[in-house]
Design a protein around this ligand. Structure first.
Ligand code: AHG
Ligand code: MN
Ligand code: MN
Length: 335
């Protein structure tokens, strides 16, 4: 009986490299194994959240102006520890660190830059709601880049991106530009095992996801689009789902289709989500799965970053809903 061993993420990334970069040195898979190790450590702690005294805020305010949660620090340390000794990373940048961490001083010594949101949705952890880790991988010296700051590359330069969702199961979803693939952590063998090969986002959906409490502060075209979603005009009766953890809200959109939105609001005129370690990796995954991601005007992946922690509006989802949104964005408000 041919009982094929399950495909682990380590095998998958090596197969992807052999197919796409025959001369690859395996460095990338070694880097990715640093991320998978860190997220296994985070998953083990998240599963015991009520028992290890890490819940709740620390009282410190981070560069985002938000209260740092105990788990933000733990997850951040796990990623920094597991990645800074990989030997091929030039720089690490995190939501929780104001400045990037330069790992290899000698210019050109490190091939990659890893940017991450160590714990996304962390304020939900006390409530036992799904949270996640989001990562984005760039080259230190992208071909022909004159960027003054090697980190400030548009999202289309990403060589890989993904997230880990600490939900009812722990799932890693990633892309290297050759489709989107999902792996479920099998605690009995401690490995991420392929469970969702070649994930494709449905062409259209029946769910929309937005924090409607902020609707009065949305741009006018957003409010018209929201009204359209509820009107049933195109024959779809949409339902609303909003978890408040980007990774969980996006994972559902990736699998079921529809649209997730974090528009500009009264409090966040540029939107709340961060371009480099939330919107860019999510946008790369969405496009690789056949969906779209924009800031309401243009493609997220074409935005030229000006600062590591800059925020952006994010609209991401199925082609059908995204095209409809852009129709409203282009149409001037009725006078
Ligand atoms: P983080 O915990 O990394 O700061 O991210 C929280 C983000 C994102 O996960 C989610 O989509 C958004 O905050 C929810 O914001 P609101 O509570 O304003 O809806
Ligand atoms: Mn986040
Ligand atoms: Mn975070």
């Amino acid at each position: 009986m041919d009982r094929r061993l399950p495909t682990t993420v380590a095998q998958h990334i090596l197969e992807q490299q052999r197919l796409r970069y025959p001369g690859a040195s395996g460095e990338f898979s070694w880097l990715l194994s640093g991320i998978t190790l860190a997220t296994k450590i985070i998953a083990a702690e998240v599963r015991r959240a009520g028992l290890n005294g890490r819940l709740g805020g620390t009282g410190e305010i981070n560069v985002q102006g938000e209260e740092v949660q105990g788990f933000d620090i733990f997850a951040n340390e796990a990623l920094l520890q597991c990645l800074q000794y990989r030997g091929n990373i030039g720089m690490l940048a995190s939501e929780e660190n104001e400045k990037p961490v330069v790992v290899l001083e000698k210019p050109g010594a490190g091939k990659y830059i890893v940017i991450f949101d160590p714990l996304d949705g962390s304020s939900n952890l006390d409530l036992n709601v799904s949270v996640g880790t989001i990562f984005s991988i760039l080259r230190c010296d992208p071909e022909g880049s004159e960027a003054s700051d090697p980190i400030l590359q548009p999202g289309r330069c990403q060589v890989a991106a993904g997230y880990v969702l600490y939900g009812s199961s722990t799932m890693l979803v990633y892309t290297t530009g050759d489709g989107v693939h999902g792996f479920t952590l099998d605690p009995s063998i401690g490995a991420y095992v392929m469970s969702h090969p070649n994930i494709r986002m449905p062409e259209r959906g029946s769910l929309y996801s937005v924090n409607e409490a902020n609707a009065d502060g949305f741009p006018e075209y957003c409010r018209r689009f929201l009204h359209w979603l509820k009107s049933g005009e195109d024959g779809t009766v949409y339902s609303s789902r909003y978890i408040g953890s980007l990774v969980a809200d996006f994972h559902r959109t990736l699998l079921r289709g529809g649209i997730f939105m974090y528009p500009p609001t009264g409090r966040y005129a540029q939107g709340k989500l961060r371009l480099m370690y939330e919107a860019n990796p999510i946008a790369f995954l969405a496009e690789q799965a056949g969906g779209e991601a924009s800031d309401g005007r243009g493609r997220i992946l074409d935005i030229q970053p000006e600062a590591l922690h800059q925020r952006t509006p994010l609209f991401v989802g199925s082609k059908h809903e995204m095209e409809r949104l852009h129709t409203f964005a282009r149409k001037p408000a009725a006078v």
